[in-house]
Design a protein around this ligand. Structure first.
Ligand SMILES: CC(C)(COP(=O)(O)OP(=O)(O)OC[C@H]1O[C@@H](n2cnc3c(N)ncnc32)[C@H](O)[C@@H]1OP(=O)(O)O)[C@@H](O)C(=O)NCCC(=O)NCCS
Length: 186
């Protein structure tokens, strides 16, 4: 069986769950191998302890034990019934810091499945989740040179509001700040 063949008929967002944990971990290792920047936010420690990891995500969703400086956030995984394909987080509200970097929605796709349109689809589905949380104008940010991410945002209706500089991990990073008006979308 071709393990990289996707079941396009069954692609959907789910609340992270144990049955995809092996596939999720494999994707995470793939990020490490490729040196992909980790944009996961909230940072959920102890990924090795799967049960604790899922519990913390659940707490973030329910606004329980949120560490100082963080906000409640709903985490999702994109799956096709067999594979973990990607992750997305919808932050329930913004802080001054999140307005500059991070925004309301963050996402990543398993590198094994890049360039198949999944990033674009995942953001489309995450926007529906944002709408359910009554977020009407989500802010989405990406580094200026992250062309795939900028394309994903723009294809989902993102309007570039401004570019700002962020100091990130010791470096100046030009950052695009987008907004998407969900009141215009059904
Ligand atoms: C950004 C990311 C989610 C894109 O996922 P993806 O599934 O490859 O995205 P898509 O297939 O929907 O591609 C979106 C667009 O970017 C283009 N693209 C994808 N990878 C590209 C690359 N390496 N170079 C140039 N363009 C690229 C695609 O061709 C597509 O453009 P098109 O519609 O004009 O053809 C993925 O690269 C990722 O997980 N990166 C690390 C985490 C990250 O950067 N998250 C975003 C934080 S702001």
């Amino acid at each position: 069986m071709d393990t990289l063949k996707l079941n396009y008929e069954d692609i959907r967002l789910i609340v992270p769950q144990m049955s995809y944990m092996d596939s999720y971990r494999a994707a995470y290792e793939e990020y490490g191998r490729r040196g992909v920047e980790d944009f996961a936010y909230p940072k959920v420690a102890s990924r090795r302890n799967a049960a604790a990891y899922l519990k913390r995500l659940e707490n973030f969703r329910r606004g329980i034990d949120i560490p100082k400086g963080y906000v409640p956030s709903s985490g999702f995984w994109l799956v096709d019934g067999r594979h973990y394909l990607g992750s997305g987080d919808v932050r329930h509200y913004l802080t001054d810091n999140l307005r500059k970097l991070g925004g309301n929605i963050g996402y990543s796709i398993n590198p094994l499945f890049w360039r198949r349109g999944l990033g674009t689809l995942q953001l489309q589905l995450l926007l529906k989740e944002a709408k359910k949380l009554h977020i009407t104008k989500p802010v989405i940010t990406c580094f200026d040179e992250n062309t795939p991410s900028a394309k994903i945002i723009e294809k989902n209706g993102g309007v570039l509001i401004k570019k700002i500089n962020n100091r990130f991990r010791g470096q100046d990073r030009l950052t695009r700040i987008y907004e998407i008006d969900l009141t215009q979308q059904c």
